[in-house]
Write a protein that binds this ligand. Structure first.
Ligand code: GLY
Length: 429
Protein backbone atom coordinates (compact mmCIF):
# COMPACT_ATOMS: atom_id res chain seq x y z
CA UNK A 1 0.00 0.00 0.00
CA UNK A 2 0.99 3.61 -0.53
CA UNK A 3 0.22 5.94 2.37
CA UNK A 4 0.28 9.74 2.46
CA UNK A 5 0.65 11.48 5.85
CA UNK A 6 -0.31 15.17 5.90
CA UNK A 7 1.54 17.50 8.28
CA UNK A 8 5.02 18.46 9.39
CA UNK A 9 5.30 18.07 13.18
CA UNK A 10 6.49 15.52 15.71
CA UNK A 11 3.06 13.87 15.70
CA UNK A 12 3.28 13.30 11.96
CA UNK A 13 6.83 11.93 12.25
CA UNK A 14 5.52 9.43 14.85
CA UNK A 15 2.64 8.51 12.51
CA UNK A 16 5.05 8.00 9.59
CA UNK A 17 7.35 5.90 11.85
CA UNK A 18 4.50 3.65 12.99
CA UNK A 19 2.87 3.37 9.56
CA UNK A 20 6.21 2.43 7.95
CA UNK A 21 6.36 -0.59 10.31
CA UNK A 22 3.21 -2.11 8.81
CA UNK A 23 3.93 -5.15 6.62
CA UNK A 24 1.17 -3.91 4.31
CA UNK A 25 2.99 -0.67 3.49
CA UNK A 26 5.36 -0.40 0.55
CA UNK A 27 5.84 3.39 0.47
CA UNK A 28 5.06 6.39 2.69
CA UNK A 29 4.81 9.99 1.49
CA UNK A 30 4.66 13.02 3.80
CA UNK A 31 3.30 16.41 2.77
CA UNK A 32 5.09 18.62 3.50
CA UNK A 33 6.96 16.51 6.09
CA UNK A 34 10.06 17.76 7.88
CA UNK A 35 13.83 17.36 7.98
CA UNK A 36 13.71 14.12 9.95
CA UNK A 37 11.10 12.16 8.05
CA UNK A 38 13.23 11.69 4.94
CA UNK A 39 14.64 8.33 6.08
CA UNK A 40 11.18 6.78 6.21
CA UNK A 41 9.08 8.79 3.80
CA UNK A 42 9.36 10.76 0.59
CA UNK A 43 8.60 14.36 1.52
CA UNK A 44 6.44 16.24 -0.99
CA UNK A 45 6.44 20.05 -1.02
CA UNK A 46 2.69 20.57 -0.60
CA UNK A 47 1.40 22.51 2.40
CA UNK A 48 -1.23 20.82 4.55
CA UNK A 49 -3.92 23.41 3.78
CA UNK A 50 -3.44 23.17 -0.01
CA UNK A 51 -6.28 20.70 -0.37
CA UNK A 52 -6.65 20.71 -4.14
CA UNK A 53 -2.93 19.94 -4.65
CA UNK A 54 -3.08 17.18 -2.02
CA UNK A 55 -6.05 15.49 -3.62
CA UNK A 56 -4.44 15.75 -7.09
CA UNK A 57 -1.24 14.23 -5.70
CA UNK A 58 -3.10 11.34 -4.04
CA UNK A 59 -5.03 10.57 -7.21
CA UNK A 60 -2.01 10.77 -9.51
CA UNK A 61 0.15 8.61 -7.24
CA UNK A 62 -2.59 6.08 -6.49
CA UNK A 63 -2.39 6.59 -2.73
CA UNK A 64 -4.32 3.87 -0.90
CA UNK A 65 -4.80 5.78 2.36
CA UNK A 66 -4.25 9.39 3.40
CA UNK A 67 -3.81 10.20 7.10
CA UNK A 68 -4.42 13.78 8.22
CA UNK A 69 -2.30 14.98 11.16
CA UNK A 70 -3.31 18.59 11.92
CA UNK A 71 -6.79 20.02 12.45
CA UNK A 72 -6.71 22.81 9.85
CA UNK A 73 -7.18 20.69 6.68
CA UNK A 74 -9.91 18.74 8.47
CA UNK A 75 -11.85 21.88 9.36
CA UNK A 76 -11.34 23.08 5.78
CA UNK A 77 -13.12 19.99 4.45
CA UNK A 78 -10.28 17.83 3.08
CA UNK A 79 -12.16 14.60 3.82
CA UNK A 80 -15.06 15.50 1.53
CA UNK A 81 -12.69 16.43 -1.32
CA UNK A 82 -10.87 13.08 -1.09
CA UNK A 83 -14.04 11.01 -0.74
CA UNK A 84 -15.60 12.82 -3.73
CA UNK A 85 -12.75 11.39 -5.82
CA UNK A 86 -13.11 7.92 -4.30
CA UNK A 87 -9.91 8.18 -2.23
CA UNK A 88 -9.55 6.66 1.25
CA UNK A 89 -8.81 9.20 3.97
CA UNK A 90 -8.53 8.86 7.76
CA UNK A 91 -10.18 11.78 9.58
CA UNK A 92 -13.53 13.40 10.32
CA UNK A 93 -15.55 15.54 7.91
CA UNK A 94 -15.64 19.34 8.01
CA UNK A 95 -18.95 19.29 9.90
CA UNK A 96 -17.80 16.81 12.53
CA UNK A 97 -14.39 18.43 13.00
CA UNK A 98 -16.24 21.51 14.22
CA UNK A 99 -16.01 19.79 17.60
CA UNK A 100 -12.49 21.27 17.62
CA UNK A 101 -12.98 24.13 15.15
CA UNK A 102 -15.66 25.84 17.26
CA UNK A 103 -15.46 25.85 21.05
CA UNK A 104 -18.95 27.35 21.16
CA UNK A 105 -20.32 24.42 19.15
CA UNK A 106 -18.48 21.85 21.30
CA UNK A 107 -19.65 23.33 24.60
CA UNK A 108 -23.23 23.60 23.32
CA UNK A 109 -23.16 19.96 22.28
CA UNK A 110 -21.86 18.84 25.67
CA UNK A 111 -24.53 20.90 27.42
CA UNK A 112 -27.32 19.52 25.22
CA UNK A 113 -26.25 15.87 25.67
CA UNK A 114 -25.13 16.08 29.32
CA UNK A 115 -21.49 15.28 28.66
CA UNK A 116 -19.64 16.37 31.81
CA UNK A 117 -17.74 19.65 31.35
CA UNK A 118 -17.16 22.95 33.17
CA UNK A 119 -19.89 25.61 33.47
CA UNK A 120 -19.62 28.24 30.77
CA UNK A 121 -21.16 31.18 28.92
CA UNK A 122 -20.42 32.50 25.44
CA UNK A 123 -19.98 36.17 24.48
CA UNK A 124 -19.48 38.41 21.49
CA UNK A 125 -19.97 41.58 23.54
CA UNK A 126 -17.04 42.93 25.59
CA UNK A 127 -19.13 44.61 28.34
CA UNK A 128 -21.23 41.50 28.98
CA UNK A 129 -18.13 39.29 29.07
CA UNK A 130 -16.42 41.62 31.55
CA UNK A 131 -19.54 41.76 33.75
CA UNK A 132 -19.74 37.95 33.88
CA UNK A 133 -16.01 37.55 34.61
CA UNK A 134 -16.17 40.12 37.42
CA UNK A 135 -19.16 38.32 38.90
CA UNK A 136 -17.42 34.89 38.75
CA UNK A 137 -13.91 36.04 39.74
CA UNK A 138 -10.56 34.33 39.02
CA UNK A 139 -9.32 31.73 38.37
CA UNK A 140 -11.33 31.52 35.18
CA UNK A 141 -10.71 30.30 31.61
CA UNK A 142 -11.17 32.38 28.44
CA UNK A 143 -11.25 30.60 25.06
CA UNK A 144 -11.37 31.99 21.55
CA UNK A 145 -14.11 30.20 19.62
CA UNK A 146 -12.07 29.26 16.55
CA UNK A 147 -8.67 27.74 15.81
CA UNK A 148 -5.81 29.85 17.13
CA UNK A 149 -2.72 27.65 16.66
CA UNK A 150 -2.89 26.40 20.26
CA UNK A 151 -2.78 29.95 21.69
CA UNK A 152 -6.50 30.63 22.06
CA UNK A 153 -6.99 29.35 25.63
CA UNK A 154 -6.06 31.60 28.55
CA UNK A 155 -6.15 30.05 32.02
CA UNK A 156 -6.40 33.27 34.04
CA UNK A 157 -5.25 32.95 37.64
CA UNK A 158 -5.83 36.72 38.10
CA UNK A 159 -8.79 38.86 37.06
CA UNK A 160 -6.52 41.24 35.09
CA UNK A 161 -5.30 38.37 32.89
CA UNK A 162 -8.90 37.40 32.09
CA UNK A 163 -9.86 40.98 31.24
CA UNK A 164 -6.79 41.36 29.01
CA UNK A 165 -7.81 38.15 27.17
CA UNK A 166 -11.28 39.63 26.52
CA UNK A 167 -9.66 42.78 25.17
CA UNK A 168 -7.21 40.81 22.99
CA UNK A 169 -9.78 38.38 21.59
CA UNK A 170 -12.96 40.47 21.22
CA UNK A 171 -11.59 43.98 20.69
CA UNK A 172 -8.04 43.79 19.29
CA UNK A 173 -8.96 40.61 17.40
CA UNK A 174 -5.48 39.14 17.80
CA UNK A 175 -6.82 35.90 16.30
CA UNK A 176 -9.04 37.62 13.74
CA UNK A 177 -12.37 35.92 13.12
CA UNK A 178 -11.45 33.04 15.48
CA UNK A 179 -11.80 35.46 18.41
CA UNK A 180 -15.08 37.04 17.31
CA UNK A 181 -16.85 34.98 19.95
CA UNK A 182 -15.42 33.67 23.23
CA UNK A 183 -16.24 31.01 25.80
CA UNK A 184 -15.80 31.97 29.44
CA UNK A 185 -15.49 28.80 31.43
CA UNK A 186 -15.19 27.63 35.01
CA UNK A 187 -11.63 26.74 36.09
CA UNK A 188 -11.53 23.06 37.03
CA UNK A 189 -9.13 21.55 39.57
CA UNK A 190 -7.62 18.10 39.07
CA UNK A 191 -5.13 16.07 37.06
CA UNK A 192 -5.22 16.55 33.29
CA UNK A 193 -5.31 13.59 30.93
CA UNK A 194 -5.59 12.97 27.20
CA UNK A 195 -7.51 9.97 25.92
CA UNK A 196 -7.93 9.30 22.19
CA UNK A 197 -10.57 7.07 20.67
CA UNK A 198 -10.45 5.48 17.23
CA UNK A 199 -13.98 5.47 15.90
CA UNK A 200 -15.79 4.44 12.73
CA UNK A 201 -18.82 6.46 13.82
CA UNK A 202 -20.39 3.54 15.67
CA UNK A 203 -17.87 1.78 17.91
CA UNK A 204 -14.89 3.21 19.73
CA UNK A 205 -11.51 1.83 20.75
CA UNK A 206 -9.70 4.05 23.20
CA UNK A 207 -5.94 4.35 23.45
CA UNK A 208 -3.77 4.24 26.54
CA UNK A 209 -4.27 7.45 28.52
CA UNK A 210 -1.49 10.02 28.34
CA UNK A 211 -0.60 13.19 30.20
CA UNK A 212 0.58 16.27 28.34
CA UNK A 213 2.64 19.11 29.90
CA UNK A 214 1.45 22.36 28.31
CA UNK A 215 3.20 25.13 30.30
CA UNK A 216 6.73 25.98 29.15
CA UNK A 217 8.51 25.71 32.52
CA UNK A 218 8.99 22.95 35.11
CA UNK A 219 6.27 22.69 37.74
CA UNK A 220 3.65 23.78 35.18
CA UNK A 221 4.78 27.42 35.33
CA UNK A 222 4.70 30.00 32.54
CA UNK A 223 2.59 30.36 29.41
CA UNK A 224 0.96 27.42 27.65
CA UNK A 225 2.64 25.87 24.62
CA UNK A 226 1.50 23.21 22.16
CA UNK A 227 2.91 20.68 24.67
CA UNK A 228 6.42 20.29 26.14
CA UNK A 229 6.26 16.55 26.78
CA UNK A 230 3.97 13.64 27.50
CA UNK A 231 4.00 10.20 29.00
CA UNK A 232 1.81 7.12 28.75
CA UNK A 233 0.11 5.36 30.34
CA UNK A 234 -1.02 7.91 32.94
CA UNK A 235 -1.15 5.86 36.16
CA UNK A 236 -3.96 7.77 37.86
CA UNK A 237 -6.39 6.57 35.18
CA UNK A 238 -7.14 3.00 36.21
CA UNK A 239 -9.39 0.64 34.24
CA UNK A 240 -12.45 1.79 36.14
CA UNK A 241 -11.81 5.46 35.35
CA UNK A 242 -11.10 4.63 31.70
CA UNK A 243 -14.42 2.79 31.50
CA UNK A 244 -16.18 5.87 32.92
CA UNK A 245 -14.45 8.07 30.34
CA UNK A 246 -15.62 5.75 27.56
CA UNK A 247 -19.21 5.49 28.85
CA UNK A 248 -19.73 9.08 30.05
CA UNK A 249 -17.70 10.98 27.47
CA UNK A 250 -16.36 9.21 24.36
CA UNK A 251 -19.36 7.07 23.39
CA UNK A 252 -21.89 9.86 24.09
CA UNK A 253 -19.79 12.29 22.02
CA UNK A 254 -19.81 9.96 19.01
CA UNK A 255 -23.52 9.28 19.50
CA UNK A 256 -24.51 12.93 19.75
CA UNK A 257 -22.46 13.95 16.73
CA UNK A 258 -24.31 11.30 14.71
CA UNK A 259 -27.64 12.52 16.15
CA UNK A 260 -26.78 16.03 14.96
CA UNK A 261 -26.14 14.77 11.42
CA UNK A 262 -22.35 14.89 11.82
CA UNK A 263 -21.22 11.24 11.86
CA UNK A 264 -17.63 11.13 13.09
CA UNK A 265 -14.85 8.84 11.93
CA UNK A 266 -11.14 9.05 12.63
CA UNK A 267 -9.66 9.71 16.02
CA UNK A 268 -11.40 11.80 18.68
CA UNK A 269 -9.15 13.42 21.28
CA UNK A 270 -10.69 14.09 24.68
CA UNK A 271 -8.69 16.56 26.78
CA UNK A 272 -9.90 15.82 30.30
CA UNK A 273 -9.63 16.92 33.87
CA UNK A 274 -10.10 14.26 36.50
CA UNK A 275 -12.06 16.31 39.03
CA UNK A 276 -13.13 15.04 42.45
CA UNK A 277 -16.60 14.24 41.15
CA UNK A 278 -15.30 12.46 38.04
CA UNK A 279 -13.87 13.08 34.56
CA UNK A 280 -14.86 16.30 32.76
CA UNK A 281 -14.06 17.50 29.26
CA UNK A 282 -11.74 20.48 28.85
CA UNK A 283 -11.74 20.21 25.07
CA UNK A 284 -12.35 17.85 22.20
CA UNK A 285 -9.94 17.75 19.27
CA UNK A 286 -10.55 16.12 15.92
CA UNK A 287 -7.07 14.57 15.56
CA UNK A 288 -4.20 12.93 17.42
CA UNK A 289 -2.48 15.03 20.11
CA UNK A 290 1.05 16.35 19.83
CA UNK A 291 3.20 15.29 21.77
CA UNK A 292 0.95 12.57 23.28
CA UNK A 293 1.10 10.59 20.01
CA UNK A 294 4.89 10.38 20.33
CA UNK A 295 4.42 8.63 23.70
CA UNK A 296 1.41 6.46 22.79
CA UNK A 297 2.39 5.00 19.39
CA UNK A 298 5.64 3.37 20.62
CA UNK A 299 3.44 1.29 22.95
CA UNK A 300 0.90 0.23 20.30
CA UNK A 301 1.39 -3.38 19.19
CA UNK A 302 -1.49 -3.58 16.72
CA UNK A 303 -0.81 -2.57 13.11
CA UNK A 304 -1.88 1.11 12.91
CA UNK A 305 -2.68 0.80 9.20
CA UNK A 306 -5.09 -2.08 9.92
CA UNK A 307 -6.86 0.10 12.51
CA UNK A 308 -7.11 3.07 10.16
CA UNK A 309 -8.46 1.01 7.28
CA UNK A 310 -11.02 -0.59 9.60
CA UNK A 311 -12.11 2.92 10.61
CA UNK A 312 -12.51 3.96 6.96
CA UNK A 313 -14.44 0.79 6.11
CA UNK A 314 -16.74 0.95 9.17
CA UNK A 315 -15.56 -2.32 10.71
CA UNK A 316 -13.67 -1.23 13.80
CA UNK A 317 -15.43 -4.00 15.76
CA UNK A 318 -13.07 -6.45 14.01
CA UNK A 319 -9.99 -4.85 15.60
CA UNK A 320 -8.51 -5.89 18.92
CA UNK A 321 -6.12 -3.21 20.18
CA UNK A 322 -2.97 -4.63 21.80
CA UNK A 323 -0.63 -2.53 23.95
CA UNK A 324 2.81 -3.15 25.35
CA UNK A 325 2.85 -3.14 29.16
CA UNK A 326 5.86 -0.79 29.14
CA UNK A 327 5.85 3.02 29.60
CA UNK A 328 6.93 5.80 27.28
CA UNK A 329 8.01 9.39 27.89
CA UNK A 330 8.43 12.04 25.20
CA UNK A 331 10.48 15.14 26.08
CA UNK A 332 10.15 18.09 23.68
CA UNK A 333 13.24 20.18 22.89
CA UNK A 334 12.28 23.73 21.95
CA UNK A 335 13.92 26.93 20.71
CA UNK A 336 14.62 29.66 23.28
CA UNK A 337 11.74 32.17 23.21
CA UNK A 338 9.03 29.63 22.31
CA UNK A 339 5.98 29.95 22.62
CA UNK A 340 6.84 33.56 21.71
CA UNK A 341 9.29 34.50 18.96
CA UNK A 342 12.50 32.52 18.52
CA UNK A 343 15.48 32.26 16.15
CA UNK A 344 15.82 29.53 13.55
CA UNK A 345 18.78 27.97 11.74
CA UNK A 346 20.78 26.67 14.74
CA UNK A 347 22.79 23.55 13.95
CA UNK A 348 21.63 20.47 15.88
CA UNK A 349 24.30 18.11 17.24
CA UNK A 350 24.18 14.63 18.73
CA UNK A 351 21.37 13.12 16.66
CA UNK A 352 23.45 10.28 15.17
CA UNK A 353 24.45 9.04 18.60
CA UNK A 354 20.86 9.14 19.85
CA UNK A 355 19.63 7.24 16.79
CA UNK A 356 21.82 4.30 17.82
CA UNK A 357 20.38 4.16 21.35
CA UNK A 358 18.15 1.27 22.36
CA UNK A 359 14.61 2.09 23.54
CA UNK A 360 14.82 5.66 22.24
CA UNK A 361 13.00 7.17 19.25
CA UNK A 362 13.64 10.59 17.87
CA UNK A 363 10.71 12.49 16.37
CA UNK A 364 11.54 15.63 14.42
CA UNK A 365 9.17 18.63 14.53
CA UNK A 366 10.69 22.00 13.57
CA UNK A 367 13.84 20.86 11.77
CA UNK A 368 15.24 21.20 8.31
CA UNK A 369 18.11 19.39 6.68
CA UNK A 370 20.88 20.64 4.38
CA UNK A 371 24.18 18.99 3.41
CA UNK A 372 23.52 16.06 5.78
CA UNK A 373 23.19 18.45 8.74
CA UNK A 374 20.06 19.29 10.73
CA UNK A 375 19.04 22.83 11.66
CA UNK A 376 16.29 24.20 13.92
CA UNK A 377 13.32 25.47 11.96
CA UNK A 378 10.48 25.87 14.48
CA UNK A 379 9.46 26.46 18.09
CA UNK A 380 9.17 22.81 19.02
CA UNK A 381 12.22 21.26 17.39
CA UNK A 382 12.42 17.59 18.45
CA UNK A 383 10.61 15.02 20.57
CA UNK A 384 12.77 12.41 22.28
CA UNK A 385 10.80 9.35 23.37
CA UNK A 386 12.24 6.85 25.80
CA UNK A 387 10.53 3.52 26.47
CA UNK A 388 11.13 1.46 29.61
CA UNK A 389 9.76 -1.36 31.72
CA UNK A 390 8.15 1.28 33.91
CA UNK A 391 7.74 5.06 34.00
CA UNK A 392 10.98 5.56 35.91
CA UNK A 393 13.05 3.69 33.33
CA UNK A 394 11.26 5.46 30.46
CA UNK A 395 12.15 8.83 32.04
CA UNK A 396 15.79 7.77 32.42
CA UNK A 397 16.00 6.55 28.82
CA UNK A 398 14.46 9.70 27.46
CA UNK A 399 16.61 12.14 29.46
CA UNK A 400 19.85 10.25 28.84
CA UNK A 401 19.18 10.73 25.12
CA UNK A 402 18.22 14.39 25.61
CA UNK A 403 21.59 15.03 27.27
CA UNK A 404 23.40 13.97 24.09
CA UNK A 405 21.58 16.55 21.91
CA UNK A 406 22.60 20.16 21.66
CA UNK A 407 21.65 23.29 19.75
CA UNK A 408 22.09 26.93 20.68
CA UNK A 409 19.17 28.10 22.83
CA UNK A 410 17.80 24.57 23.44
CA UNK A 411 15.17 24.55 26.20
CA UNK A 412 13.22 21.66 27.67
CA UNK A 413 11.36 20.70 30.81
CA UNK A 414 13.20 18.49 33.26
CA UNK A 415 10.11 17.14 35.00
CA UNK A 416 8.23 15.24 32.25
CA UNK A 417 6.67 12.21 33.93
CA UNK A 418 7.36 13.45 37.47
CA UNK A 419 3.65 13.84 38.25
CA UNK A 420 3.12 10.23 37.18
CA UNK A 421 5.90 9.05 39.52
CA UNK A 422 4.27 10.97 42.37
CA UNK A 423 0.91 9.31 41.67
CA UNK A 424 2.57 5.88 41.56
CA UNK A 425 4.29 6.44 44.89
CA UNK A 426 0.95 7.48 46.43
CA UNK A 427 -0.81 4.43 44.91
CA UNK A 428 1.93 2.13 46.22
CA UNK A 429 1.60 3.69 49.69
N1 GLY B 1 -1.09 18.27 23.17
C1 GLY B 1 -2.11 19.18 22.91
C2 GLY B 1 -2.72 19.08 21.58
O1 GLY B 1 -2.34 18.25 20.77
O2 GLY B 1 -3.64 19.83 21.30
Amino acid sequence: MKILVIGSGGREHALVWKIAQSPRVEKVFAAPGNGGMGQLAECVAIQSKDISSLVDFAEKNQIDLTVVGPELPLTLGIVHEFEKRGLNIFGPSEKSSEIEGSKVFAKGLMEKYNIPTGEFKTFTDRERAIGYIQERGAPIVIKANGLAAGKGVIVAKELDTALKAVEDFLVKRVFGYAGREIVVEEYLEGEEASVFAFTDGEGILSTLPAQDHKPIYDGDQGPNTGGMGAYAPAPYLDDLMLKRIEEEILKPAIFCLAEEGRPYKGVLYAGLIIAEEGPKVLEFNCRFGDPETQAILPLLETDLVEIMIAVCEGRLHQINLQWSNRSAVCVVLASKGYPGSYEKGKVIQGLEEVQKMKDVSLFHAGTRTEDHKFFTHGGRVLGVTGVGVDLEEAIQNSYSAVEKIHFEGMVYRRDIGAKGLLTLSKLNG
